[in-house]
Design a protein around this ligand. Structure first.
Ligand code: ZN
Length: 333
């Protein structure tokens, strides 16, 4: 393996898991991420997400969403109990785990829909080890507008015009308890409002640059600037449709070079201290050259070829995200 890659704390900040019936993760599987692939690819730490698809916003829908998120959080915690792994609820635990040669397993919740209208779930998830909450997924929820409304669920193009009052209360609670605010999937006005309101830096754990690929899930330069102003970090992700506009009607294709083009753009716009990397593997991510966790060194090799040094590569792979995480915890009550 490339020596710079081998010496870097490689943290992938957004990995989906098959649900229900996740395969045994310590075995070789058909998933793009499992423990053998992480080891082979030099991935020392991964944030696995309890993803909840947007559904009906009624009592039953909310109850099912909460139950799914919490069952997934328990499952992710169990992954960290496997030999050679550790579940890490904080940055110190993560660094100690990696220093001990073990794989750090982290958890997050994707879609604020999972809390329904009950703010107390946020603290419950923090106690279950969640490190961030993605405020929305595709489709508006009771917290905020999504960058991709779902007409099939009755979504208008704009519902709240940003964050709802409940969304603002959730943000304050997340600041209070040290749960990172992830604005991936979130509509631009809501994302800008979150960056402005939050007492702590915000994160965008899986996105790319609209300046290079005008996809609704990408962030434009004004949003990149807002991430920097908040002291936060934007994680460029390996979803082909976010990276390279595809030919009309055909699936998008992208390469590691396309991914690093987006990293270059974000670094050029807001500086090396505010940019990171994620795969979105098993949730739509995979590019030619970085098609599964076992190929992760290819990203470092492309960064080296573009002139990034080991220090910069360390910031991109984990240093910036860990700095932001510590700032979020320091700002908590
Ligand atoms: Zn996502």
């Amino acid at each position: 393996m490339n020596p710079v890659h081998a010496a870097t704390l490689v943290l992938d900040t957004h990995i989906d898991i098959r649900w229900p019936d996740p395969p045994e993760w310590t075995a070789q599987t058909m998933q793009l991420v499992d423990l053998p692939k992480m080891r082979a690819g030099g991935v020392r730490a991964g944030v696995f997400v309890a993803y909840v698809p947007q559904g009906r916003r009624d009592a039953q829908g909310h109850a099912q969403a909460t139950a799914r998120a919490e069952a997934m959080l328990a499952h992710i915690r169990d992954r960290g109990a496997a030999p050679g792994c550790r579940f890490c609820p904080g940055p110190d635990a993560l660094e100690a785990t990696v220093a001990a040669g073990e794989v750090a397993v982290l958890a997050a919740v994707e879609n604020g829909y999972a809390m329904g209208r009950d703010l107390s779930r946020l603290q419950a998830w923090r106690r279950l080890g969640a490190v961030y909450l993605t405020l929305t997924h595709d489709g508006h929820n009771d917290l905020a507008d999504s960058a991709r409304p779902k007409p099939a669920l009755g979504d208008a193009p704009v519902e709240h015009g940003g964050l709802s009052p409940l969304g603002e209360a959730a943000l304050a609670e997340m600041n209070r308890i040290g749960l990172m605010i992830d604005c991936s999937h979130v509509a631009k006005p809501a994302m800008l409002r979150a960056a402005e309101l939050s007492r702590a830096p915000i994160v965008i754990t899986h996105t790319a640059c609209a300046a290079l690929c005008p996809h609704p899930r990408c962030v434009d330069d004004e949003q990149l600037d807002a991430v920097r102003a908040s002291g936060g970090v934007v994680q460029i992700t390996a979803v082909p449709a976010f990276l390279r506009p595809g030919p009309e009607g055909q699936p998008a294709r992208a390469t590691v070079a396309d991914l690093v083009d987006h990293i270059d753009h974000a670094v050029g716009r807001i500086g090396i201290a505010h940019v990171g990397i994620s795969s979105d593997f098993d949730g739509g991510g995979a590019v030619q050259g970085w098609a599964h966790a076992g190929e992760t060194a290819a990203v470092t090799e492309e960064l080296l070829a573009r002139g990034y040094d080991a220090h910069a590569i360390g910031l991109l792979w984990s240093g910036n995200f860990l700095r932001v995480w510590r700032a979020v915890l320091a700002a908590a009550d």
